[in-house]
Design a protein around this ligand. Structure first.
Ligand code: BG6
Length: 314
């Protein structure tokens, strides 16, 4: 009998929705629903869940799954004519069996390629032809990589523009205790104040009320320091200049039907995004946007978390 682990497995998830399970030899894993190309689980090699998914998430189209990593495309937020956060998160994606080659493909990685294309229905609200290819990769160390490649396949010669976010819901022990490092001195648009432009003053972001901000042109590395879990979640991004930081806090939590009243205490969204300046693609052009997540044990300096070491380390 073979004891070899199956690195990629297609099976049924909640409500019979198709999902892909990625496994890595040391024990880490990830799950991706074809509905929304939505990552709903990312576990380290101790089997600990690193993403937050609400207990009240419906897993029922057309509602997007509450938690994990929804893909916001072709519109972030309700800034344009489309539904909030665009339609990619509530479309059924297919498995891309013949993706164009990637420049670097490691053989020791579990990955899945998913594809979303223009439909007649979507043409009515967003009259553009595109191919959206998403590769979800679980690296040998348990890192989770998402790479999006979006191509303009319009045949009418027209460019199109879009905004985008990997709307990642991280699991945290206690929102009042976590710190976000890497956004100090950065300008942000405060969604709670009509997108007023402000500058981050603190040496770290801490949370004591609702936060909904678009940090613009940020560094490529952002860290969530979770003292209680003795863990730092590190997000690296490429091709995505902005970062959204969101926690609904108590009032907004109560207003969301698919979110528990107290769940805001255990989640934090840090979203690699391109919001301030839309991405413009001419026919035949392709855009690439990547986020890489890793979880590292927190480092200490005189009994304190040492964010500099975390941020400076590779
Ligand atoms: C965040 C936005 O990205 O997503 C918030 O900044 C929004 O304004 C939140 O409330 C959740 O959006 P939704 O559509 O998933 O409820």
């Amino acid at each position: 009998m073979s004891t070899e682990r199956v690195p990629v497995e297609l099976c049924k998830g909640i409500n019979g929705l198709d999902k892909v399970v990625l496994k890595e030899v040391r024990g880490s894993s990830a799950e991706v629903y074809l509905y929304g190309a939505h990552v709903t689980s990312w576990k380290n090699d101790h089997g600990e869940e690193l993403l937050f998914v609400s207990n009240k998430a419906t897993f029922k189209p057309p509602k997007a799954i509450r938690g994990g990593i929804p893909i916001c495309f072709p519109q972030f937020s309700s800034d344009g004519s489309l539904e909030q956060h665009g339609f990619a998160r509530n479309r059924l994606w297919s498995i891309d069996t013949d993706p164009p080659p990637f420049p670097t493909v490691g053989t020791n990685k579990a990955f899945i390629d998913l594809l979303l294309k223009t439909s007649e229905e979507d043409m009515k609200v967003w009259p553009h032809s595109y191919e959206f290819r998403l590769r979800v990769t679980l690296g040998p160390g348990g890192d989770l990589m998402l790479t999006s490649r979006i191509r303009n396949t319009n045949t009418d010669g027209k460019p199109f523009q879009f905004t985008f976010a990997y709307h990642t819901y991280f699991s945290v022990s206690d929102i009042s205790e976590v710190r976000v490092e890497g956004l100090e001195t950065i300008d942000y648009l405060d969604t709670l104040k009509g997108r007023e432009r402000c500058t981050e003053q603190g040496d770290a972001i801490t949370f004591e009320s609702e936060v909904d901000r678009v940090y613009v042109s940020t560094p490529t590395k952002i860290a969530i320091l979770d003292h209680e879990k003795k863990r730092t979640l590190v997000l690296r991004k490429d091709g995505l200049p902005d970062a959204v930081v969101w926690n609904p806090w108590d009032k907004k939590a109560k207003a969301m039907a698919d979110f528990g009243d107290e769940e805001y205490k255990h989640m934090l969204c840090i979203e690699a995004a391109s919001v301030e300046k839309p991405i413009i693609l001419k026919p035949g052009e392709e855009w690439k946007g990547r986020q890489e997540l890793s979880a590292v044990p927190s480092s200490y300096c005189s009994g304190q978390l040492d964010p500099q070491r975390v941020l400076q380390g590779s």
